[in-house]
Design a protein around this ligand. Structure first.
Ligand SMILES: C[S@@+](CC[C@H](N)C(=O)[O-])C[C@H]1O[C@@H](n2cnc3c(N)ncnc32)[C@H](O)[C@@H]1O
Length: 254
């Protein structure tokens, strides 16, 4: 295992201490958690069926409370930070949610083939996936026929925007096509983050045999760090994208 990998992993475990320190606050957030508007719109039909959900890189897991409230039958969250997993499980247990958390380094996804109806991921997840083809193959493997992959993720252009309040600038030290950059906001300690273009994500998803159901780019960021109001978030630039793809069901209408 290389040095940079270990540094990133330990940076995440340290950053996840926040979930432990802020247990009370996150508990209240989870008690009231709702999916965002776009998540509700895109996932409405999927959640109607009471899916069993797999949430790779589940982090603090607050979204899982929202998924259950939205109709999910159960959620299994996987994350390589034991601290994040412990904090998420403690919160789910306190709220009596059908959510389970396990420590796992991805890919692979350590669950049986064709065992989930929905893989829900994003909000800062794909940037930590270096082997996108392996990730896509695993997502396809664990989904049942008719199952869905949903991603709400930072737009690939986000690493290029500065966060100044009055004017957006394109960072001179970043490129959309660099393949990776050193994260200088969160988590700290210079973790190296992978960059995948939107085309690369879509090509992987379609390439493993999923049907694209929905793809859209949005101006809203999924995260606004501590009180910042950046000009990059004023509605003119893409800050997130959503994707829904489905495992074809033999004989079903497309
Ligand atoms: C931005 S955070 C969480 C995203 C989550 N959707 C949320 O909103 O809390 C990214 C998470 O991915 C986890 N992670 C990063 N690389 C991973 C890997 N290779 N395997 C498993 N977990 C990983 C980190 O521990 C962290 O909790």
């Amino acid at each position: 295992m290389d040095d940079h990998h270990e540094r990133t992993r330990s940076a995440w475990d340290q950053a996840s201490q926040k979930h432990v320190r802020e247990h009370g606050q996150l508990l209240e957030e989870a008690r009231r958690a709702q999916l965002t508007g776009v998540e509700r719109d895109v996932l409405a039909r999927v959640l109607c069926g009471g899916p069993e959900v797999l949430h790779p890189q589940s982090g603090h897991g607050v979204d899982d409370a929202a998924l259950v409230r939205g109709g999910a039958r159960s959620v299994l969250g996987l994350d390589y930070s034991p601290t994040a997993v412990g904090a998420a499980q403690r919160r789910a247990d306190a709220l009596g949610l059908p959510c389970r958390y396990e420590v796992a380094e991805l890919p692979p996804l350590p669950v049986p083939t064709a065992s989930f109806d929905l893989v829900y991921t994003g909000k800062g997840a794909l940037g930590w996936v270096r082997d996108l083809p392996a990730w896509a193959r695993e997502v396809r493997r664990v989904l049942r026929p008719g199952g869905h992959l949903f991603v709400l993720e930072a737009h690939p252009l986000v690493p290029l925007w500065t966060w100044e309040p009055d004017e957006v600038r394109v960072r001179p030290d970043r490129s959309c096509f660099a393949g990776e950059h050193v994260n200088d906001s969160f988590p700290a300690l210079g973790a190296v983050e992978a960059q995948h273009t939107l085309a690369e994500v879509v090509v992987q998803v379609v390439g493993i045999g999923l049907e694209l159901v929905h793809l859209a780019e949005h101006p809203e960021p999924f995260w606004r760090p501590g009180g910042l109001e950046a000009a990059a978030w004023d509605g003119r630039l893409p800050n997130t994208f959503t994707l829904l793809a489905r495992v074809p069901t033999p004989g079903a209408e497309p």
